[in-house]
Every structure is written in structure tokens, then in C-alpha cells.
Unconditional design. Structure first.
Length: 256
């Protein structure tokens, strides 16, 4: 079931989204050569505590997971696409890092992700991340009243495929509100004019995931959570929580 939020509820979701934005900004600024993924997770946890917010990630256990998720961020490095578990790994020069983070505040959830390079950037990684961000922008631009979910999916997929990148099938965005994952699913590839109609008050987490090698294949790591590219190529993941409004898309997790 798709819940339509009131304008007051969307304002509350914006407050949750700003906790997410602050945490991602803090993590990005702290990420440097020698910093561990666990240290980044603890920093994000500090932002939650300061805001009086909770984590929809910590302890989360969907049907596919062998164990509850043990952290407040997903930290995916290099060939990891999504759902990386933070551990003692210390960042190295040139690492491509994707951080996914969520917060719950006042009964509402926010969810967002960023990808960035630690230290010296590779041109290929810069292009990959820039394309992911363009795909996100295209998806957001299509998130307007009167369009359908397929229009968002098509916008994202077109940017990714035109650039020659792979898209991990079966993973994409989702509705969001009182829970982190709600209906409807928001694929990263699809046919325009198809799917659930977009209406004022819907809130969606739109999240392109790109595989640099151009193939779609991925596999689950032994931890039962992390998804890695089959060809060992790098991946990027970006995401915003977006409200559908009569005035146009409203990015609830915008970073200032």
C-alpha cells in the first residue's frame, strides 16, 4: 500500500532527512587515508545521538539477510555495490567509497547515499560517480505529479546505459515514510509511462547503482549482506529521499 503524506508529514520527513544530510557530510569530511570504516560508522552514530534520532539500519534484518545489520551506515568500497558492513578496514589512497545512511526522527524516516574518492582520484572513478549523480538528477526530475514510476526508472536507466555502465538488477529505490522501506519499488531501469502513478504526497528513495565494467552481474559476499561486482570493477551508489508535490520534486535529504 502506498501512503500519501500530508504537507506537515513531509515537513517532518525533511527534518529526518536533514539529520541524514548532516551525517553524510560529516562522514565525507572525515574520510581520509588511514581512517577506518568503523570510525566513520561511529561518527555517523554520534550525529544520530546529537539529534535524538534513531537508525533504521542498525538491527535491520530483511528476509535475505542471515543476521541483523550491525551498523548505522552501509560502507561499500571499490567493487562493493551496496550493503557493505563497516569493519576495521582503513581507507587507502584512491579508494572509491559509497556510504548509505538513514535516520528516523519523530516517527519518520530519511535515507540517502553518497559516493566519493579518498585521496588521489582516478579519472574513470570520477566519471562513474558523476554519471551516477546525473542519473539521480534525471530520476528526481522525472518525479513529478502525472508521471509514473516507470518514468523515473527510464530516466535513470537511460543515463546509466548511455554511459556504458551496468545496473545490478533487482536492486533500486523504494517508497519511504514511517518505515525506511515502503511501497512502491523504484527500479533503476524501466519503460516510461508504466507503473504506479505519481501523486502529491508520495515520498520515494531514488537510488541509482552503477557498475563500471558495463555488465550487470553481482554476487553476495560471504557476510550475507555486501553485494560485489562479478567482474571486480568498481561501483557507485547515490541516493536522495524525494517528495512528490504539486510544486515539483522536493529533495528531503538535500545537503547544504
Amino acid at each position: 500500500m502506498v501512503e500519501l503524506k500530508t504537507n506537515t508529514s513531509l515537513d517532518a520527513m525533511y527534518e529526518a532527512g536533514q539529520v541524514v544530510a548532516r551525517a553524510l557530510t560529516a562522514v565525507r569530511e572525515a574520510a581520509d587515508v588511514g581512517v577506518s570504516l568503523l570510525e566513520l560508522d561511529e561518527l555517523a552514530h554520534d550525529v544520530l545521538r546529537a539529534a535524538g534520532a534513531g537508525s533504521p539500519f542498525l538491527g535491520y534484518r530483511p528476509s535475505f539477510a542471515p543476521t541483523p545489520f550491525p551498523a548505522v551506515v552501509c560502507a561499500s568500497v571499490n567493487d562493493a555495490i551496496v550493503h557493505g558492513i563497516p569493519d576495521g578496514y582503513r581507507l587507502r589512497d584512491g579508494d572509491l567509497v559509497s556510504i548509505d545512511f538513514g535516520a528516523t526522527l519523530g516517527g519518520w524516516a530519511g535515507d540517502s547515499a553518497i559516493s566519493f574518492i579518498v585521496g588521489t582520484p582516478r579519472p574513470a572513478d570520477v566519471r562513474l560517480i558523476e554519471t551516477a549523480e546525473r542519473a539521480l538528477e534525471a530520476g528526481i526530475a522525472a518525479a513529478v505529479v502525472g508521471n509514473r514510476i516507470g518514468d523515473i526508472a527510464h530516466a535513470i536507466g537511460t543515463v546509466c546505459r548511455d554511459a556504458g555502465y551496468g545496473i545490478p538488477q533487482g536492486f533500486g529505490g523504494h517508497g519511504i515514510g514511517r518505515q525506511m522501506h515502503e511501497d512502491p519499488a523504484v527500479p533503476n531501469e524501466g519503460r516510461p509511462g508504466r507503473g504506479f502513478p505519481l501523486r502529491h504526497g508520495m515520498a520515494l528513495a531514488i537510488e541509482p547503482m552503477l557498475i563500471a565494467g558495463g555488465k550487470d552481474g553481482y554476487h553476495e559476499a560471504p557476510d550475507g549482506w555486501t553485494l560485489r561486482t562479478n567482474d571486480g570493477s568498481r561501483a557507485a551508489h547515490v541516493e536522495h529521499t524525494v517528495a512528490i508535490t504539486e510544486a515539483g520534486p522536493r529533495v528531503l535529504t538535500e545537503r547544504r
